[in-house]
Design a protein around this ligand. Sequence first.
Ligand code: C5P
Length: 247
Amino acid sequence: MADQHDGSRVVALVPAAGRGVRLGESMPKAFVPIGGSSMLTLAVDGLIASGVVDHIVIMAPAELIGEAPVLLGIVETTGPVPVSVVSGGAERTDSVRAGIAAALNTPKTVSHFLVHDAARALTPPSLIERVVAELRAGQSAVVPGLPVADTIKTVDAHGDVTGTPDRSVLRAIQTPQGFEAQLLRDAYASGLHATDDAGLVERFGAHVRVIPGDPLAFKITTPLDLHLARTLLAERADAALTTGLPR
Ligand code: C5P
């Protein structure tokens, strides 16, 4: 754990209160099963497996708060990585704000926050470790990003193209996004708005560093993404079975 060797304390905030309308499933997205576990459980498992997170705060839909720990097979613990479940809000930013408040409502000091979408259920623990390593090396805001494969165009309200940004300088940003705790608190308290946490911190005037992302940290948004995630997990389960067989 982080706080056992350098005094830093990393709290992961997991927004999981979205409806997931684009996914077309009947339950809130984070609770949709993939290979026997929910997306949220897989995301939390990845955070724990990284070995660099000291506390996890899940922001769940209000009506599922009571059931969340059971549904997820998560026990709110006082163990090595305690997991808390709190109510999220109407917008993702409201959910993150609720998570920050819950994390700070404990006697222990928080040095860094990670904000990690439950919908990025297959994020490798190694990516989480790399984000925290950059924070420990002194960066105040760190986000993983991948080069974009498609050409991106800006368009107006009629669908007419207004520009084509140079693709080589674009990055598709993933999570976990990592921040010095005070910076994220101040950015959220500023009243500014942005579509992601790093965007908010940028508007607040802070420097954000992009490190190489990982294709497996893709966000499960559409039925095609869900199919890909389920296929990847089924392949992993098959591989584990095969390697477990006697020769
Ligand atoms: O909808 P989208 O895929 O962008 O959501 C990203 C993450 O934010 C998801 O894990 C979702 O559950 C979470 N979210 C939230 N509260 C909301 C909306 C989204 O925690 N009001």
